[in-house]
Write a protein of this length. Structure first.
Ligand SMILES: NC(=O)c1ccc[n+]([C@@H]2O[C@H](COP(=O)([O-])OP(=O)(O)OC[C@H]3O[C@@H](n4cnc5c(N)ncnc54)[C@H](OP(=O)(O)O)[C@@H]3O)[C@@H](O)[C@H]2O)c1
Length: 348
């Protein structure tokens, strides 16, 4: 299944959002078939706005006016809510950690779950458990038919370079509270599939990237600022965020009622941090220093099932390295949202 059209380098943020939210023909066809409406929970973060816009652009191309896309988030950044509204996405500002918020949500057959709690500096005890595990149970009130839930490749074991990357069949070995509670959320969703009949897709994502955040932005920032690049986690996977969102939307139709289906979602390349940094340094014209001994194990996943089903990502890792360096050279804006890809303890 061909998923993509050639994408050209974006000259500014507006063009970047256009590239990130451009639907392929299959996404447009998908939205000409779906009935009922889509609720996107946690839509205000790094990935949600472009996902909602991709869905909305598909509906426009399919000349559909009868299918609402409803983006729910706290919208800590009000500009995000305004952007979505300008493009015809319905928005609902709500703190889903408050039980009463759930009563305001519309009951729609399709749900994409994007909520997640990863970074914890001064949280009260148990925050990971409440946010990542308990909250998802509230979905039962909405009784959706199909749920696509973002999960994480962090549930897999750290692997040595000679070991094969984790497939969906690899036994999980979550390290640290974030990974353990993401695994816990998967388990609650499996329970909902089995007991409430929902079709559930669990997307184990490894590092979505675009030009304002992600592992390549982290590396480029370190290199530009002359900071040593950590090699504690020597390998990683990454994937163009536009592809990750396209796959999430496509999965809405793939899930079967009453079943939970795990899918790895990342790019095809198993990448060495050292090589990525050297290549970025070369393109940025900056020397690269490394801070630590190379670590022995990494989180790497095999997403060949995803690529077989939906085609490969439209942009490969080295093209993204090139785009990231060019983005920095034109002074494109970046967000201060480090991935902390170098953490080995599972404590973020
Ligand atoms: N990006 C990646 O590379 C990556 C990799 C692996 C897994 N994932 C997972 O994929 C999902 C989407 O990724 P992302 O990068 O877009 O995550 P994100 O930036 O953390 O976005 C999630 C959004 O959910 C909203 N939210 C959090 N708690 C909420 C609450 N109590 N009530 C209402 N809204 C709430 C926040 O929106 P506001 O800003 O509106 O407050 C937040 O920005 C997350 O679960 C993430 O953990 C992402």
């Amino acid at each position: 299944m061909s998923f993509w059209q050639p994408l050209t380098f974006p000259a500014n943020e507006e063009e970047l959002l256009e590239r990130l939210s451009r639907p392929g023909p299959q996404t447009v066809e998908l939205f000409s078939r779906l009935e009922g409406g889509l609720l996107v929970l946690g839509a205000g973060g790094k990935m949600g706005p472009a996902l909602c816009l991709m869905a909305q652009r598909s509906l426009q191309k399919a000349a559909r006016r009868d299918f609402p896309v409803v983006a729910v988030s706290r919208f800590s950044n009000p500009g995000v809510q305004q952007l979505l509204q300008r493009h015809g996405v319905q928005t609902l500002q709500a703190d889903l950690a408050q039980r009463r918020s759930w009563a305001q949500l519309p009951r729609l057959p399709y749900v994409i779950w994007m909520l997640g709690h990863k970074f914890s500096a001064s949280d009260p005890p148990g925050t990971y458990w409440v946010r990542n595990v308990c909250l998802v149970r509230e979905l039962e009130q909405l009784a959706p038919c199909r749920v696509v839930a973002f999960s994480s490749g962090n549930v897999y074991p750290f692997l040595a370079p000679e070991e094969p990357a984790a497939t969906e069949q690899t036994p999980v070995a979550p390290r640290g509270e974030y990974a353990i509670t993401v695994w816990g959320r998967e388990q609650v969703l499996r329970h909902l599939a089995a007991t409430a009949g929902m079709g559930v897709c669990l997307l184990r994502l490894n590092y979505a990237v675009e030009l304002r955040y992600g592992v390549l932005v982290d590396l480029a920032q370190m290199i530009r600022q002359g900071q040593p690049v950590p090699l504690s986690v020597p390998e990683l996977n990454l994937v163009w965020q536009g592809y990750a969102n396209r796959v999430a939307l496509a999965c809405l139709e793939q899930v079967q009622p009453g079943r939970a289906w795990v899918l790895n979602l990342t790019g095809p390349e198993r990448l060495q941090v050292r090589q990525l940094a050297l290549e970025l340094g070369r393109r940025l014209g900056c020397p690269v220093n490394f801070s630590s001994q190379q670590g022995a194990r990494s989180l790497v996943a095999d997403a060949s099932q995803c690529h077989r089903l939906f085609g490969p990502p439209e942009l490969g890792a080295w093209e993204l390295v090139d785009w990231t360096a060019r983005w920095f050279q034109i002074g494109g804006p970046v967000w201060n949202k480090p991935t902390k890809f170098w953490v080995t303890t599972g404590e973020f």
